[in-house]
Design a protein around this ligand. Structure first.
Ligand code: 5GP
Ligand code: ZN
Length: 113
């Protein structure tokens, strides 16, 4: 998708702070950190949302999410983590290239509720 900002991050047209990358998946820091270490994990292939995603892509995504979550938890000293994903404008999605949010949690005043 030529006008998709996350496709541009995948192909290097836009910069990002990369956390993890393999042939199919990229993880990078969210530009607007809800909590310290807020990370987005995306399939490199352009799927707008979960409703477009096929099983193979889902398997590739979820096969690496646990180790990315563990690495972020350790790096930032988080106590827990919320994993969430908005699908569709009515669900709060703003960037229409599938992404999973990894939101590290620290304490009751960490800024996310
Ligand atoms: P959504 O509301 O679609 O689930 O979340 C979109 C997320 O993408 C937001 O948390 C927003 O801060 C993040 N974001 C938007 N543009 C960029 C960008 O250019 N670079 C990075 N790293 N994150 C972005
Ligand atoms: Zn895209």
């Amino acid at each position: 998708m030529s006008n998709c900002i996350f496709c541009k991050i995948v192909n290097g047209e836009l910069p990002s702070a990369k956390v993890f990358e393999n042939d199919d998946i990229l993880a990078f820091m969210d530009i607007s950190q809800i909590t310290k270490g807020h990370t987005l994990v995306i399939p490199k292939i352009h799927n707008e949302d979960i409703f477009e995603m096929d099983e193979e892509t889902a398997e590739k995504l979820f096969s690496v999410v646990p180790k990315i979550a563990q690495a972020i938890k350790e790096e930032f000293g988080a106590k827990g983590m919320n994993l969430l994903n908005n699908n569709g404008a009515f669900a709060g999605q703003e960037v229409f290239h599938y992404h999973m949010h990894l939101i590290p949690r620290y304490d009751e005043n960490d800024g996310f509720s």
